[in-house]
Design a protein around this ligand. Structure first.
Ligand SMILES: Cc1cc2nc3c(=O)[nH]c(=O)nc-3n(C[C@H](O)[C@H](O)[C@H](O)COP(=O)(O)OP(=O)(O)OC[C@H]3O[C@@H](n4cnc5c(N)ncnc54)[C@H](O)[C@@H]3O)c2cc1C
Length: 512
């Protein structure tokens, strides 16, 4: 970059890269400073054993065609290894139920019929709420015309659902996932699999009185293929394309450049200091880091009022998902599923998920663990040596604050995970040549995310929309002029979606 930057972005996770790309495309001089040696944050593809590669985030349910087109990501190298993975509710006896192409396979006639109405309703609700993920949240009572319009549009969208669907949506909005599933379906296996997306990534389980509907609808916010897509080269393939797009529009992406602090002068953010002491000034500083890191480690609480500081301190940031990567010398034999293609949900009942959650609530973990499993190398041979495979699993629940610490529990947790997998793939242990278990503490240490939390902070009704991460910072601006947020801790939340990054870029560009 020949000129001094107008805007510095701290963090080259996907939201930082998307924010950089939109700002650079609009003519701003942008500098991205990423701590790691690779861009993409939790989306980066890394080699976890010689010749075997995986990314923490493994599927792209929330990615939108509009973002891919606007940033010309395909021209910059993005492609899919899979357009529509089926979701398979795995049964130890081989009698699986799968969801593919908008219908159920292997389910009872009653469940298959109920699914059609369930899917219709979910899609209707998802469509109604969808535009608001990609808009700045309103701040009630601030008199801003755009915010009033957004609130009006929200009310109107609900009203146009029609009286019956609108009432249903309002009723279901905070329903526990268990109640929602019990209302529609009879198969315990199917209910467990369909409730998975309402809870994964948060401190929630099927019985939690929570935001089952909002979380489900959020996971349905993508439209790239109409199915569950997976990027070629792992999610890192998408991250590389985002970095290339940002650079193509003129942004500079500097890797291995951890920012130590934001420089504040006379109450205004004016630059950053890197860990090696280098200082760089800019008009605006945007943080892709999580809110606690952004406000406490980078900015410093002394620049914030006490009430705001308390609200950020209270954000629930303890992660509950561990990530397991297995290097396999051959394809394991999953009972009744050859090849084991799809997003495999290993949870026989909702009560099974609840039991695992109960243990984690008190700092422990279950002997049998529910998980979401993918074998991405089935569709992307670049991820493993020829004839060999990678298994990628999101394992719930692994509490960040496990009693006694993860150094004590790592081996037992890994053993419990392998034993849980072996119920479905009895030869799994014979196939494993190497493994990587990333607990929430590992995710925090290796990816710089407080608590290793999927969403950088709970995705829950009290921390949603105009309260994300909290009021006073919900429109990407923060109480310190010149300092902005653009990561998953801002609206709309986590998941590989780029919405926080693009919304933040828009908010910055709209300023005078
Ligand atoms: C176990 C797990 C599995 C997941 N699976 C999926 C999935 O399958 N699909 C999906 O859509 N989502 C998934 N997610 C969620 C998704 O990965 C995240 O929500 C998303 O990556 C957040 O993107 P981000 O750009 O906001 O932040 P991050 O990806 O966290 O990026 C933040 C970046 O900021 C950098 N940074 C932090 N501090 C500094 C500093 N001081 N100086 C410089 N750089 C800094 C970090 O190094 C990092 O690169 C998963 C999350 C977890 C934890």
């Amino acid at each position: 970059m020949s000129k001094a930057p107008d805007i510095i972005i701290i963090g080259g996770g996907h939201n930082g890269l998307v924010c950089a790309a939109y700002l650079a495309k609009a003519g701003r001089q942008v500098l991205v400073l990423e701590a790691a040696s690779q861009a993409g944050g939790l989306g980066a593809t890394r080699e976890f054993a010689p010749g075997f590669r995986a990314s923490v985030a493994h599927t792209l349910p929330q990615l939108r065609r509009q973002l891919v087109d606007e940033l010309e990501l395909e021209r910059h190298g993005f492609s899919l290894a899979q357009e529509a993975l089926a979701t398979v509710a795995l049964s130890a006896d081989g009698r699986h139920i799968s969801v593919a192409g908008g219908e159920l396979h292997g389910a009872s006639a009653a469940d298959s019929k109920a699914y059609l109405e369930y899917a219709r309703l979910m899609q209707t609700f998802a469509k109604a709420i969808d535009p608001f993920w990609r808009k700045r949240p309103p701040v009630p009572g601030n008199g801003n015309f755009r915010d009033i319009a957004t609130l009006g549009q929200f009310g109107w969208k609900l009203r146009t659902l029609g009286r019956t669907d609108m009432r249903e949506m309002m009723r279901m909005i905070a329903l526990p996932a268990r109640d929602l599933m019990d209302e529609y379906f009879e198969s315990p296996l199917l209910k467990a699999a369909l409730s998975w997306d309402a809870n994964v990534g948060s401190k929630l389980a099927p019985r939690s009185p929570n935001n089952a509907l909002i979380a489900l609808l959020y996971r349905m916010s993508g439209d790239l293929t109409g199915g569950l897509p997976m990027a070629a080269g792992g999610t890192g393939g998408l991250m590389n394309a985002m970095a290339a797009a940002a650079q193509g529009y003129g942004a500079e992406v500097r890797l291995g450049s951890p920012v130590a602090r934001v420089i504040v002068e006379q109450g205004q953010a004016v630059g950053v200091e890197l860990s090696d002491g280098e200082m760089i000034r800019a008009q605006k500083i945007v943080s892709n880091a999580d809110p606690k890191t952004s406000f406490f480690k980078l900015l410093g609480a002394r620049h914030l009022d006490i009430q705001f500081t308390h609200r950020i301190k209270r954000l629930r940031t303890d992660g509950y998902v561990a990530k397991l990567h297995l290097a396999l010398n051959r394809l394991p034999a999953f009972t009744g599923l050859a090849p084991p293609r799809g997003r495999l949900i290993l949870a026989p009942t909702m009560q099974f998920i609840e039991n695992a959650y109960d243990a984690a609530k008190y700092g422990g973990y279950a002997r049998e663990l529910p998980m979401e499993v993918l074998l991405p190398s089935l569709d992307d041979s670049s991820l493993a040596p020829a004839g060999q495979h990678v298994l990628s699993a999101q394992v719930q629940y692994a509490p960040y604050g496990v009693k006694g610490g993860w150094d004590t529990h790592r081996d037992t947790f890994l053993e419990n995970t392998l034993a849980s997998l072996a119920r479905y793939a009895p030869d799994i242990r014979d196939c494993v040549v190497a493994s990587e278990l990333l607990t929430p503490v590992d995710l925090e240490q290796q990816f710089g995310v407080t608590g290793g939390h999927w969403h950088h902070g709970e995705f829950a009704l009290d921390n949603w929309w105009m309260n994300r991460p909290t009021y006073g910072a919900s429109q990407y601006r923060t109480p310190v002029p010149g300092f902005y947020l653009c990561g998953a801790g801002a609206h709309p939340g986590g998941g590989i979606m780029g919405a926080a990054g693009s919304n933040a870029a828009r908010a910055i560009l709209e300023e005078k």
